[in-house]
Write a protein that binds this ligand. Structure first.
Ligand SMILES: [Zn+2]
Ligand SMILES: [Zn+2]
Length: 459
């Protein structure tokens, strides 16, 4: 039997993997075509799915990049196409966007083809689920790892909410199209992959401390994808097709890993908490959105610094057992209202359900941390340095520092201290909070990242 690092993407798609973790892993994605000219395979893939009529969803940019060629090829092959091309280049995945598709939709369609990256996919995946119709993705940029996701983050009532959605039947990524994607989108996709440096360690920590399910095979699969991508990073800046191929493959694999596990654990940890928190804040403040992966890259660098601070502490298991566990709920509630604004009620509700900050739960986790302290210290070794990560991001012309995308010292501080409240998911942020170190580290990070900022100094 081949080892995980020898398996190809196609191996993962075709065979259910009966795993050492005790589960059998499988994914609903059947076909992934990544290659130069892959778009020409679209008619064949559509026919294999048994579709006669398709509905294409694109925006003006993605339609020019691939949608038009797709339409031409399908029509020439005798497949009927109708379509909706959004004209707004800053399309928001909200009720309005979903509604405009419904109004235009050809109800005789056998399936949907989404042509685009993040937003177009989020909307199409959701529509596909709600209409009970399968869908296929034609990727136009290697910009994020949500291509194979089973949830769609949409904005409803001005709040970002995650909805159930369909997995694509097929993913088509033509390298000739990807090579023309804007560089910031390529850098964002690469940064989303770099985020696995922190998310995989977060996952491991949770398995040690909370007993959460963890699969070493899936983690290894992601680590291999990460290594293959970083090995070619210098070529990404020059849009080298082999490098783009590896990046796209890693992005799709992240989706496969998520479907293997049944949630986003193998692809999303504390770096994603920060990214989601900042995304929400920008939305409320009416600031121009920043690409998901770009925020993940910046956040990953910050989280690596937190791991660094923690490695330098000389804590002992005895010390951990003695730590105080009180939780000043009213003060925390006030802070959540300040930091989250309109989204605060939802965050408060989550805590009332999950009780992750409640003294008894914290006490339990601290006891487990004390018992496994040596194992924890072992798990957090061998991570790249923050400096190393910045160099990787910069090599693809990506942003590495918060100020580069307009984040302030306060955004950073709030993200570190309260970003974890968005989800009941254990990461280094919860560990540091349990250890009573989170505020201190947030202060230090804000000072280091914004040395001249008054906000950082006053904390
Ligand atoms: Zn497994
Ligand atoms: Zn991501």
């Amino acid at each position: 039997m081949k080892s995980i690092s020898q398996l190809t993407l196609q191996d993962f798609l075709q065979h259910p993997l009966s795993c050492r973790c005790g589960r059998t892993h499988a994914t609903a994605i059947k076909t992934v075509r990544i290659g130069s000219g892959a778009l020409q395979d679209a008619p064949e893939i559509v026919r294999q799915l048994g579709w006669q009529r398709v509905f294409i969803i694109a925006d003006i940019n993605t339609y020019a990049a691939a949608g038009q060629a797709l339409h031409r090829q399908l029509t020439a092959a005798g497949i009927h196409c109708s379509e909706l091309v959004f004209t707004d280049p800053d399309l928001v995945p909200d009720e309005r966007a979903v509604g405009s598709i419904v109004m235009r939709f050809d109800s005789k369609s056998d399936g949907i083809i989404a042509v685009g990256a993040g937003t177009i996919n989020d909307i199409s995946r959701f529509i596909s689920f709600r209409l009970g119709l399968p869908y296929v993705i034609v990727a136009t940029a290697p910009s994020m790892d949500g291509y194979a996701s089973t949830v769609a983050p949409l904005i409803t009532n001005n709040l970002k909410t995650t909805y159930e959605a369909n997995m694509p039947q097929a993913i088509i990524a033509d390298l000739d199209v990807l090579a023309k994607a804007p560089q910031d989108m390529i850098a964002a996709g690469f940064a989303d992959i770099l985020g696995k440096y922190t998310c995989l360690v977060d996952w491991k920590l949770s398995s040690i401390i909370t007993g959460e399910y963890y699969c070493e095979t899936v983690a290894e699969m992601m680590r291999t994808a990460l290594e293959r991508t970083t090995a070619l990073q210098d070529k990404l800046a020059h849009r080298d097709k082999e490098a783009l191929h590896k990046l796209m493959e890693a992005l799709v694999l992240a989706g496969v890993a998520m479907s293997y596990v049944g949630n986003s654990r193998p692809a999303s940890g504390s770096e994603h908490h920060l990214s989601h928190f900042w995304e929400m804040r920008y939305l409320f403040q009416g600031k121009k959105p920043v690409l998901h992966g770009t925020k993940v890259g910046i956040a990953c660098r910050l989280i690596l610094k937190l791991y660094d601070y923690l490695r330098a502490e000389s804590l002992t298991a005895e010390h951990l057992r003695m730590l105080p566990v009180e939780f000043d709920y009213p003060a925390w509630e006030q802070e959540i209202i300040r930091a989250y604004g309109k989204a605060a009620p939802e965050v408060l509700q989550l805590e009332q359900k999950a009780h992750k900050n409640r003294p008894d739960q914290r006490h339990q986790r601290l006891l487990a941390s004390a018992e496994h302290w040596a194992e924890i210290q072992d798990a957090i070794q061998n991570m790249p340095s923050a400096k190393d990560l910045a160099a990787r991001l910069e090599s693809v012309k990506g942003a590495a520092f918060p100020h580069e995308v307009g984040l302030t010292a306060e955004d950073l501080w709030d993200g570190i201290v309260y970003g974890k409240e968005l989800r009941a998911r254990y990461t280094i942020l919860q560990l540091l909070w349990d250890l009573g170190l989170l505020h201190k580290y947030a202060d230090r990070l804000a000072r280091e990242e914004f040395p001249t900022s008054a906000a950082a100094a006053s904390r």
